[in-house]
Design a protein around this ligand. Structure first.
Ligand code: NAD
Length: 503
């Protein structure tokens, strides 16, 4: 039985040295505190203890960070250096992330509660992978040439071409669920395009991003290009997105805040990309291979404790196999070993905070009160950590809150179906459209569902697979634009048209 409280004697000496102290922000290549001296305590969700603090930036620090990014963009070397040089420095940055793989994972595990091995494989390795993939784009951003007709200028000849120019200063705002990865996903494509960045991570998990910014400096990224400010959303976050010197806002977080940011972006005529919430369906047809479905759908919902924007939180199972699938996933859920992130025997850590634990348990309670069958889980542990047992609510009704709203925790809502047309309708009957998966062995049905799902990503016989090469984004209330893939780099560029008179 793993320990429920993190045992800090398991930490490396590097992680010990880093944690349990006051941290500073990284602005213009310098470590700085907030002028007003205010800080935010960072808590370990396995025990509620403070494991460090970060400055609570106010308007003055946000202004300082944005001005540093502006100066670095308007006058500094980063947007002006050759693409090959940018690529080389980004590859060095990736090597440093790989060098500090375990330190970064330890920081992230302690501040977010997630299991250390998974954090190393996901946050650290995917961050290095993201930097490497995006570094390659620096040398591959090209424009086009075109022959002009210009009927109003007879006899004249022009040479015209487009360029992909960096968009400028990017304000990036990220949530707490995979904090380091989210920072890398925002910073890496912006760097490849030649932009400068001010990142504000979640107030719950700022420490990994602060360390990430120091690695950027060590790699040789010039001062002012990557700035990381810490602070609350309603103060520091709001000041950052509304700053007039910001050209682009790249936001990942809740749909409610995303909507507010879209409004602010429109007022300032800024480019805005939004990665928001989800309520992704997993549809299992009667011919599906249960050996894939049961572990695959269980991980579709329980990976990262369900704190995953594209988590498969709605499961539709054909009635011919419904009982077997529900029983199989319930066995996986009931056998998952809960424990603190630093204990190697843990398979699932606490949720990110007590507030999140209360929120998730509230959804379960209301779901059961409205008629859902609680198959397994649905409770916390008898401990102060923010643990929630992996949960299944079966035979839910499509109108229930647990089917409509994003829970962002380890709660699976299951429904049975008989008719394929009807299940497509139900799968698409959501304000969200981030991910969707179809589980079948029939290739014709694969194509039918892949086309019919209204979602940014469709998976077949799997769920939650993300990769640097694959654009990730949503439709409807799940967002606008993409992180990752070529699309992410292009969204940090603006197309510039140039015309030369050859007459
Ligand atoms: P949140 O919207 O509360 O906060 C996200 C970030 O926005 C934080 O850094 C926060 O400080 C900041 N913020 C809050 N209010 C702000 C404001 N008024 N102005 C500017 N910034 C503000 O979300 P959260 O609780 O941190 O994260 C969970 C949400 O994120 C879920 O809805 C989840 O689906 C979503 N998410 C989406 C993706 C994706 O790629 N689509 C990935 C991860 C998480």
């Amino acid at each position: 039985m793993p320990q429920l409280n993190n045992d800090y004697s398991r930490l490396s000496s590097a992680a010990h040295d880093f944690l349990f102290r006051d941290h500073q922000m990284v602005i213009d290549g310098q470590e700085v505190a907030a002028d007003n001296g205010e800080t935010i305590a960072v808590l370990d969700p396995s025990n509620g203890k403070t494991v460090g603090s970060a400055p609570a930036a106010g308007d003055a620090e946000i202004d300082r960070a944005v001005r540093a990014a502006r100066k670095a963009f308007d006058h500094g070397p980063w947007p002006r250096m050759s693409p090959g040089e940018r690529e080389r420095i980004m590859l060095k940055f990736a090597d440093l992330v790989e060098r500090d793989r375990m330190l970064l994972a330890e920081i992230e595990s302690v501040e977010s509660g997630r299991v250390l091995g998974a954090v190393a494989a996901f946050d650290s390795d995917l961050s290095a992978s993201c930097l490497r993939y995006m570094a390659g784009w620096a040398t591959k951003l090209t424009g086009k040439t075109m022959d002009l007709t210009a009927p109003y200028a007879p006899g004249m000849k022009f040479f015209a071409y487009t360029q992909l120019a960096p968009v400028g200063v990017v304000a990036a705002i990220t949530p707490w669920n995979v904090p380091l990865c989210q920072a890398a996903w925002k910073i890496a494509p912006a760097l490849a395009a030649g932009c400068t960045v001010v990142l504000k991570p979640s107030e719950m998990t700022p420490l990994g991003a602060l360390q990430f910014a120091k690695l950027a400096l060590e790699a040789g990224i010039p001062a002012g290009v990557v700035n990381v400010v810490s602070g609350n959303g309603r103060t520091a976050g709001a000041a950052l997105v509304s700053h007039p010197m910001v050209d682009k806002i790249s936001f990942t977080g809740s749909t409610a805040v995303g909507r507010e940011i879209a409004r602010i972006g429109a007022e300032g005529m800024k480019k805005v990309t939004l990665e928001l919430g989800g309520k992704s369906p997993m549809v299992v047809l009667g011919d599906a291979d249960l050996a894939k479905v049961i572990p695959g759908a269980a991980m579709g919902i329980y990976a990262n404790h369900g704190q995953n924007c594209c988590a498969g939180s709605r499961l539709y199972v054909h009635s011919s196999i419904y009982d077997k699938v529900v029983a199989g996933i319930a066995d996986v859920a009931a056998s998952m070993v809960l424990g603190s992130g630093l204990d190697p025997d843990s398979q699932m850590g606490p949720l990110a905070s007590k507030g999140q634990q209360d929120r998730v348990l509230g959804f379960v309670e209301r779901g059961v009160a409205s008629g859902a069958e609680l198959v397994t889980g649905g409770t916390s542990l008898d401990h102060e950590g923010a643990y929630v047992r992996p949960t299944i609510l079966a035979d839910v009704d499509h109108g229930m809150e647990v089917v409509r709203d994003e829970i962002f925790g380890p709660v699976l809502s299951v429904m049975r179906f008989d008719d394929e047309d009807k299940v497509i309708e139900l799968a698409n009957d959501s304000v969200y459209g981030l991910g969707a998966s179809i589980w079948t062995q029939d290739v014709n049905k694969v194509h039918r569902f892949a086309e019919a799902f209204r979602a940014g990503t469709v998976w077949v016989n799997t769920h939650n697979i993300l990769d640097m090469a694959m654009p990730f984004g949503g439709v409807k209330s799940s967002g606008i634009g993409h992180d990752l893939g070529e699309e992410a780099v292009l969204q940090n560029c603006q197309v510039k048209a140039n015309v030369i008179n050859l007459t």
